[in-house]
Write a protein that binds this ligand. Sequence first.
Ligand SMILES: [Fe+2]
Ligand SMILES: [Fe+2]
Length: 368
Amino acid sequence: MAYAKTFISTLMSAISNCSLYSKDHISVDNLTKKSIAILNELLTDRDSLEIMIVEDNLVINKAPARNAGHHGSNLIKRLKRKGISRIDFLKGISYSELKQFIADLSDPEKKLKIYPHIKTGIIDVRIGGDSLASNLENLSSEQVARVKEIYHNIAPHKELNISGLEEIVVNFIVTFKREANILKLISPVKAYSEYTYTHATNVAILSMFQAESLGARDDLLHDIGIAALLHDVGKLFISKDILEKKGKLDKREWEEIKMHSLYGARYLARISGLTQLAAIAALEHHLRYDCKGYPQLNAGGKEQHFCSQIIATSDFFDALRSRRPYKRDWQIEVEEIVALMKENAGSEFNPFLVDNFSKTLLKALKKG
Ligand SMILES: [Fe+2]
Ligand SMILES: [Fe+2]
């Protein structure tokens, strides 16, 4: 992150000098050379450097860049003036491309061109207004609506909107910085038909919150969020009659529901550019810590991935919470779910995760 910030300050110095002097001034030339050297170094082990503006904050490679200084705010201003809120610098970028980009960005009259290794675009991420508390409800229903939109476009031969998912996850990370009480961030299920999207949103928030409290950052945190958003995607491939059946499911129907892990994993594994964690978590989120869940793929058994364990814990919490609409007392409800999770620690859930998650939840209850 520190080196990415150095890149931004060098780039911004080049841009300021370019507007002060000219594109061909020696200082612009030197700063462009320095910028491209830093950029190439940043791109040695990754394919792109992504810079986004999320509500006046810079987000670099999906992690919020705190204290990006006046160069950071300058970059935000310049990009906003051009109507863009996202730049991806891609591996293979050349000196002349970056120089042209610097010249175009420094001139308020010029429109940005199409550059082979610089992609610019708009992301539409809105987070509340002045008072976060009054906007949390709007924020959560907005997120659920976005998840719904993405889910509606999921079909075997359609392209999955990966960048839409990325934006949702980045939005969560930025929200965490402003609201530390996890219980305020999860959404109530307003209508039965919204359950799928509300559940996906909540499981993502709860999983990212757990993962962050355990030290996950940047790409890992982000990938866990995407995997959690998609953990039940396989349910889209199961008949609605079974999914929405009011009465008791018979054996065949229950076996069909259980197939959602496999259907989801199969669908997600075929999508290029998507984190592998998504298919893994879809496959394993009902496997259980003791491997006695489903699917039972081979006789030797396979241990559940740590990220799937995180998602399974969040899944349990959200499923219990939202399926008991008759419960009114939030405090008792959370305490009861925590007690149930503890009962199943070591069998269904990883005991270490249960301990950590319960502490987070009970702390949030105290905060009110
Ligand atoms: Fe599931
Ligand atoms: Fe689920």
